[in-house]
Design a protein around this ligand. Structure first.
Ligand code: ADP
Ligand code: ADP
Length: 225
């Protein structure tokens, strides 16, 4: 049983115009429980488009996206939003933390949006921060944290609602190489400890080599390493 399955997914931007660009073409992809898969492809090859479609932030022109065993083609906006909140965690190159809230609050907010009690949300935020070595930073705002620390908080936020799958788009692409390696190690430990499935786009082949499987995007399709 796959945690994430894309079947025959196609996406064309600006169809029928001179700017038409076919980004994904009858693409198939599947993630087993606990599997960590790297997605390595040059800029402009459709990684973000693929991650957005996989995370129900965008819809394909054709094909099916299945998350945690649930087909999504017939879901309405509310159903898609609910499944996304319950089952998908996102990490981007930039942390996108809310600047006026503390590290802990940034991790509590998505839980509160999912009707988790304040005390349970606080406890989970503390556990997650401890897991990434930031127990002492819980009350710091993002501007008081280093780039690597901000990104570690963003990982915690992505995992706050115990998603089935983590989708990450260049999660350490914003950091200098040394920090990137270290912070990537933190992410991998966190993913492994929680048994999470993850699809992680990266340019960094060295980082990709630490994953279970590496896929490439070529002509809008997935090619195994
Ligand atoms: P990557 O993440 O690999 O850099 P993207 O998925 O962002 O690739 O983009 C793939 C291609 O689709 C690029 O040529 C990009 O310019 C184009 N593209 C992405 N989003 C849009 C959009 N909303 N409208 C038109 N073209 C887009
Ligand atoms: P790095 O060397 O990892 O880039 P920094 O030099 O930015 O880290 O920060 C070192 C430490 O100081 C970090 O633990 C960070 O939390 C803390 N720190 C950085 N900026 C601030 C700030 N404006 N207020 C409080 N603490 C800060």
């Amino acid at each position: 049983e796959a945690v994430l399955r894309l079947t025959g997914v196609s996406k064309t931007y600006n169809p029928g115009t001179p700017g038409e660009i076919r980004v994904l073409s009858d693409l198939d992809l599947s993630l087993a429980p606990g599997e960590v898969v790297g997605l390595v492809a040059p800029s402009g090859s459709g990684k973000s488009t693929l991650l957005h479609i996989a995370g129900l932030l965008d819809t394909p022109d054709a094909g099916e996206v299945e998350i945690a065993g649930q087909a999504t083609a017939k879901l309405g906006d509310r159903g898609r939003t609910r499944l996304r909140r319950d089952a998908v965690g996102f990490v981007y190159q930039f942390h996108h933390l809310l600047p006026e809230f503390s590290a802990a609050e940034n991790i509590e907010l998505p839980q509160r949006a999912n009707n988790v009690s304040a005390s349970a949300a606080r406890a989970r935020a503390a556990d997650l921060l401890a897991a990434v070595g930031l127990a002492e930073r819980a009350t710091h705002r993002p501007s008081e944290l280093s780039g690597g620390e901000q990104q570690r908080v963003a990982f915690c936020r992505a995992l706050a609602n115990a998603p089935a799958v983590l989708l990450a788009d260049e999660p350490t692409g914003n950091l200098d190489p040394g920090t990137s390696d270290q912070v990537f190690g933190v992410l991998m430990d966190l993913v492994r400890e929680t048994g999470l499935s993850a699809l992680i786009a990266t340019h960094n082949l060295e980082l990709a080599s630490r994953m279970d499987r590496v896929l490439h995007l070529s002509d809008g399709r997935v090619v195994a390493d």
